[in-house]
Design a binder for this molecule. Structure first.
Ligand SMILES: C[S@@+](CC[C@H](N)C(=O)[O-])C[C@H]1O[C@@H](n2cnc3c(N)ncnc32)[C@H](O)[C@@H]1O
Length: 209
């Protein structure tokens, strides 16, 4: 298990008896461990292949697996009844959404959570190179790619254009963007924890009433 997965699960805390939704669940690196103790985990992913892998992982004998439901859907259109879950978690998926979709997903998450419920977002968290943290991350990636010769320099040029114009499939935002979005969507106790390189975890809580 990667350090990001470990930190994400640690941020989720004790999920015994809780209703959880995992957005961009992939093959279940977060869903499966949470399902061991949660009341249920609703796993959402755009890719039927990833969900088939998740299902296969569940069927090859991992604990209490009757409590996972999979939904092959876009996070941007997925919906749940208001106040129906205790934890919304997402690991390394939100950077695939554009900024309007990210904002809508957080608004939805706020509506789905019961009072006191929590959100845990782990992702590639990187702005457009304006802050010191961004510049440090970008410089380390440029150094890595530059060592690969002409192909590496070509990727540096492509990535620079994608990052500045936000045209690629990866549209990461900075930890500051996420914490501001959570706070402005009504979450309290918003906290950021940097994990490794560009990865960070942002958490928040729905007010208890
Ligand atoms: C890097 S994987 C992470 C999977 C898992 N959360 C983990 O941490 O191992 C990103 C996942 O997000 C899914 N994904 C990307 N865009 C999505 C979207 N708009 N709606 C739902 N799932 C999406 C992909 O299919 C992929 O399974």
């Amino acid at each position: 298990m990667s350090r990001v997965h470990r930190e994400t699960l640690a941020a989720c805390g004790d999920v015994s008896g809780l209703d959880v939704v995992d957005l961009g669940a992939g093959s279940g690196a977060i869903t499966v461990p949470l399902a061991m103790t949660a009341r249920q985990v609703i796993a959402v992913d755009l890719s039927s292949r990833m969900l088939a892998d998740l299902q296969q992982g569940l069927e090859t004998g991992l604990g209490n697996v009757q409590n996972v439901t999979t939904h092959c859907m876009d996070i941007a259109t997925f919906d749940l009844p208001p106040r129906s879950v205790d934890l919304v978690v997402s690991c390394y998926a939100m950077h695939h959404l554009n900024d309007a979709e990210k904002a809508a997903a957080i608004r939805h998450a706020a509506a789905w959570l019961r009072p006191g419920g929590r959100i845990v977002l782990a992702d590639m968290m990187l702005g457009r190179g304006l802050g010191a943290r961004d510049r440090k991350i970008i410089a380390s990636k440029v150094r890595l790619l530059a060592r690969k010769g002409v192909g590496g320099w070509w990727r540096i040029a492509k990535n620079a254009v994608r990052l500045s114009l936000r045209t690629g499939t990866e549209k990461p935002c900075s930890p500051g963007y996420w914490s501001h979005l959570l706070a402005s969507s009504g979450f309290t106790d918003v906290a950021v924890s940097e994990v490794v390189a560009e990865a960070a975890v942002v958490t928040g809580r729905r007010p208890p009433t």
